[in-house]
Design a protein around this ligand. Sequence first.
Ligand code: GLP
Length: 263
Amino acid sequence: MEVIILSSPESASSKAAEIFRGSIKKKPSIVLGLATGSTPLLLYKKLVQMHVSDGLSFSKVTTFNLDEYVGISADHEASYSSFMKENFFKHLDINLDNTYIPKGSVNDVPQFCLDYEKLIAGAGGIDVQLLGLGSDGHIGFNEPTSSLVSRTRIKTLTPQTREDNARFFNNRIQDVPCHVITMGVGTIMEAKHIVLLAFGAGKAKAVRDTIEGPVTSFVPASILQMHRKVTVIIDEEAAGSLLKKDYYRWVYENRPSWQKEIG
Ligand code: GLP
């Protein structure tokens, strides 16, 4: 696991954007795993800028989103489908037929989840998976005690997560759905490269538990310690509780030049 601590969400998002640009350039038909929430917004802005100003093309890119609320339609303003269109897809040259987001309005959720897994496998698996981090250590919507080998399925949100996400529902917690469809922890772990972003003091404990705590389903993100290629990019505030903060900085600042080029 590489831990990169940068001064602000701005610089951390620039770093993440460089990684995504490098990966897309290397493989234009890349399969990306995408996330929602406040954390990736700046990264999406930067990738849009790269598309508009530098011609970074998404025309051959396929994307799979991590999760979606159950019980709201794709065109609901708080759906992750609307989020992705508004904040990312509509600004790109991406083929919308190649953008997959779980459907929260399907009748047969278990069948939909099986099909979603098949679609990911059929696309050749996810090359680079973007992750945010829930304040309770969740990834996607895999809440604490989620099986660490779980696949795409329905989950019930914790009261904490519903409260955290109420801001997307005009601060009406009663409007935040209880259920979601999410890629499983096992699904996420099959991505070839995982980039996790976390910003702000509110994420400091979850970041410490993820990087330095024991691997436990109580902190689903801690399983990332068992993945071969994870890049964690955080700002100073999110790094606030890390015990080995100075070591991670030192490692990053002293990367061999060939590693710097890879990004
Ligand atoms: C939601 C999403 C996660 C996201 C998390 C953090 O629960 N399902 O994928 O990482 O929130 O959100 P934020 O970035 O808004 O803090």
